[in-house]
Design a protein around this ligand. Sequence first.
Ligand SMILES: [Zn+2]
Length: 74
Amino acid sequence: MQPFARHTCPLCGQPNGCAPAAAGSFEVDCWCRQVSVSPQALAQVPEALKGKACLCRACAVADVSAEQGSEPAE
Ligand SMILES: [Zn+2]
């Protein structure tokens, strides 16, 4: 099984930074394994792209309940 070679976020169209998609292998570690992807974000992914395109980090961690006054913890 190969990673899906989609490098853009299905929600915002920005680069998703998906390491396996870039490397063409699941043998690489990806930021998405360190974050918990927001169910709200997943729910917004178009049906045709579900399971086929990675979200970008910003969209993946977006939490509608923590929208106000939150700073990215980089
Ligand atoms: Zn995005």
